[in-house]
Design a protein around this ligand. Structure first.
Ligand code: IPD
Ligand code: CA
Ligand code: CA
Ligand code: CA
Length: 268
């Protein structure tokens, strides 16, 4: 993918994201049809499906040779990241969308031969687009995001994570995680993985730790966080696969080693 091609795809993707966002805002007070997926708290609405179907239709029309991975299944069943792949979460934070009508995002990551080239995370209700192209910096609307501070101390870190880390879980001894939350300065839970990545990139939280995310939750976020010098791996420090679910730790690079070492003490 050359720079001109990438710019054209980026501009097109941005336009579709804004149009999809506008449609969601216009219908935000319409009655919702809500279904559940893997469990009673795993929600999906007609708006999730409509939004993904919109992207898939547009991409197939404009770029028939591109591939699509989408949460709601309108895309392709891919076993490789060869070529250009759009990785789409039409609404990230569906629970927030349903219960709060805010704090959700459209997330679009565009990868070429496995490398993240474009990341778009659109906070729909606040009309804020976090966006990046590889090696060209990250932006919040028109403002360029500063490189992350390189001297954040463990004791002063705010980490995005939810309460499940403090309950018995399959990944890490909860006692170690209880020590962890006492050691850091504070925790935050926003309920949208994409927005948590955006907040790491913005430097308003120092890391985001999560047990089980799919490629569409993180594809855009990784590109954006990379551009400000952040790093993303699983909780053991291993590079993530964009074709399967992973535990995820994205953070300010100055914290990565120390936090991974800490978690390692309780990792199962
Ligand atoms: C979910 C959100 C949530 C995270 C879940 C994701 P969805 O995505 O990102 O914050 O904790 O693991 O599945 O289903 O609302 O797109
Ligand atoms: Ca979902
Ligand atoms: Ca999601
Ligand atoms: Ca979703």
């Amino acid at each position: 993918m050359n720079i001109d091609e990438r710019n054209a795809i980026y501009n097109q993707a941005k336009e579709w994201v804004f149009t999809a966002g506008k449609n969601i805002r216009a219908k935000i007070d319409d009655p919702l049809v809500i279904d559940t997926k893997s469990n009673p708290n795993d929600l999906v609405t007609t708006m999730d499906k409509e939004t993904e179907a919109y992207f898939v239709e547009k991409i197939n029309q404009e770029y028939p040779e591109h591939h699509i991975i989408g949460e709601e299944g309108y895309g392709d069943k891919l076993t490789t990241l060869a070529g250009t792949v759009w990785i789409i979460d039409p609404i990230d934070g569906t629970m927030n969308f349903v219960h709060q009508k805010r704090n959700f995002a459209i997330s679009v990551g565009i990868y070429h031969e496995g490398i993240g080239e474009i990341g778009l995370i659109y906070d729909v209700m606040n009309d804020i687009l976090y966006h990046a192209k590889r090696n060209e910096g990250a932006y919040k609307n028109e403002a360029k995001l500063a490189p992350l501070k390189q001297d954040v101390k463990f004791e002063e870190a705010i980490i995005g994570m939810n309460h499940f880390w403090l309950c018995e879980n399959r990944l890490v001894d909860e006692k170690v995680m209880q020590q962890f939350v006492r050691k850091i300065r504070g925790t935050r839970t926003y309920g949208s993985a994409a927005l948590e990545f955006a907040y790491v990139a913005e430097g308003i939280v120092d890391g985001y730790l999560t047990m089980n995310l799919a490629p569409w939750d993180i594809a855009a976020g990784i590109v954006i966080v990379n551009e400000v010098g952040g790093v993303t791996t699983d909780i053991a420090g291993v590079t993530l696969s964009m074709l399967e679910k992973n535990s995820v730790f994205t953070c300010n690079a100055s914290l990565q080693h120390e936090i991974i070492q800490f978690i390692e003490k309780g990792r199962k």
